[in-house]
Ligand binder design. Structure first.
Ligand code: GLC
Length: 452
């Protein structure tokens, strides 16, 4: 019986699952999407900025959750907030010099505090010693540097009176029973909170000119009902609103709309190792990474990544067809920490000479073998292949396996100095590039190959 029906069953399953994957919220075609995403994919490198009241606590942006602080206990950070050294032009210059093409600033993080002047709350920067809309100043400064403008907006809100207490709320009950949650959530109304979010996102996407990216964070649906996902946020309607207000905008994938083909523009592997990045090749992606572990300013954190690790993140992202957004957590005074500035300066030095191997680049076609101790990137339009020299060959020889007849010219990218090459004596299919004894003054030098 079953075997007789199997083909029909399979057919039905196929049709249903195909229909499922095709579920659409809007009507955009693939080609239109590609066009909309073009600048972002070409740019490859952005700056994330996490800044809020938690910067004053200086021990993680989740401090309110981690230490189970309530609104009254958190008030001191609001009262003390006084970013007297905030100079967004300086931030924008540092981003620009590091070669970043866009930035994304927290307009509101999980703590609920708004860096912008919202009509719908008093819990905002203009009501602190800052006395002004910090988001507006960020927008003006970054736009003046030619950088694209992104807003991060937290879907979570641990301050709002209507936001229901869930599994990760700072006031989450120790007793995880439904009755315990019900008792705590009496009088809280997510419908009102949804409206609050819609109102604020409308403000953000109406009052600041063209916004290029919206980074919404995040969904955590739970089987027991004490998480939050698309129905809690009203995600479908929210995304429609966003696209209506800013038709060109690029939106991340944290609205819990995985059922929809157009429920997100890119995936967001967070703090993953470089080894993991290869698996995202088939998708549109941006890895978000910190300098030292937390996103908000954390004074005592000592796990800062080295210059080499940061370059590796950038290079590995591009060599797998993705973007990197690197986070800075400014201090409560509004400055980049000296360690962040030093890291950005080193990146600026490298990017000044080597950014051609980053912008407009992606992974190399399969017929180019990756030479030993290197990674590759590729610019389709200019037909150039870039070899990142992770270990500078001690014998001055770079072997290009199977490259015979495939290249026309070789040079260092940093100074465009010619590199001579010839067929290998050991294997006629291989080429051997002669490198100078002295490694160029870059942690990871780049060889540019002009392809046949
Ligand atoms: C996480 C964290 C958050 C951070 C974000 C950035 O979702 O909750 O603190 O803003 O990742 O990707």
């Amino acid at each position: 019986m079953i075997t007789k029906r199997l083909p029909l069953l399979l057919f039905t399953f196929f049709i249903l699952s195909a229909g499922y994957a095709q579920k659409m919220i809007g009507t955009e075609t693939e080609t239109q999407k590609e066009k909309r995403m073009e600048w972002w994919q070409d740019g490859r490198f952005g700056m994330f900025i996490h800044w809020g009241l938690y910067s004053g606590a200086a021990r993680h942006e989740w401090v309110k959750h981690n230490e189970k602080i309530d609104n009254a206990g958190y008030q001191k950070y609001f009262d003390q907030f006084n970013p007297d050294l905030f100079d967004p032009q300086k931030w924008a210059r540092e981003a620009k010099e590091a070669g970043m093409k866009y930035a994304v600033l927290t307009t509101k993080h999980h703590e609920g505090f708004c860096n912008f002047d919202s009509k719908y709350t008093d819990y905002k920067a203009p009501n602190t010693h800052a006395k002004r809309d910090l988001v507006r100043e960020y927008v003006n400064a970054f736009r003046a540097q030619g950088l694209k403008i992104g807003f991060y907006y937290s879907l979570l809100d641990w301050h709002h009176p209507d936001y229901t207490i869930d599994d990760i709320h700072p006031q989450s009950p120790a007793d995880k029973s439904d009755t315990a949650y019900a008792r705590l959530n009496k009088g809280r109304d997510m419908a009102k909170y949804r409206q609050y979010m819609r109102n604020q996102i409308t403000e953000l996407l109406t009052n600041y000119g063209k916004i290029d990216i919206l980074w919404l964070d995040f969904s955590f649906p739970r089987k027991d009902g004490h998480g939050k996902g698309k129905d809690d946020w009203g995600s479908v309607e929210l995304l429609k609103l966003i696209r209506k207000l800013q038709p060109g905008i690029i939106v991340d994938n944290r609205l819990d709309l995985g059922d929809y083909k157009d429920g997100a523009d890119f995936v967001t592997p967070e703090q993953v190792s470089t080894a993991e990045l290869a698996k995202y090749r088939e998708q549109t992606w941006e890895t978000c990474q910190t300098f030292s572990g937390s996103w908000g300013y954390y004074r005592d954190e000592n796990s800062w990544k080295t210059h080499r690790q940061l370059l590796d993140l950038l290079i590995t992202s591009v060599s797998n067809g993705g973007n990197l957004i690197l986070n800075v957590g400014p201090t409560a005074r509004g400055e980049f920490d000296y360690r962040a500035t030093a890291a950005l300066d080193s990146i600026a030095h490298w990017m000044h000479a080597n950014s051609t191997a980053i912008y407009n680049c992606t992974y190399a076609p399969d017929n180019y073998t990756i030479p030993e101790n290197t990674k590759l990137s590729y610019n389709k339009a200019t037909k150039r292949l870039y070899v990142f020299l992770y270990t500078y060959p001690e014998n001055g020889k770079l072997i290009l396996p199977g490259y015979k007849g495939k290249i026309r010219y070789a040079q260092f990218l940093n100074d465009h100095s010619e590199l001579l090459y010839k067929a290998s004596e050991k294997n006629a299919e291989d080429l051997v590039v002669t490198l100078p004894v002295k490694k160029p003054d870059y942690e990871i030098p780049v060889v540019q190959l002009t392809l046949e």
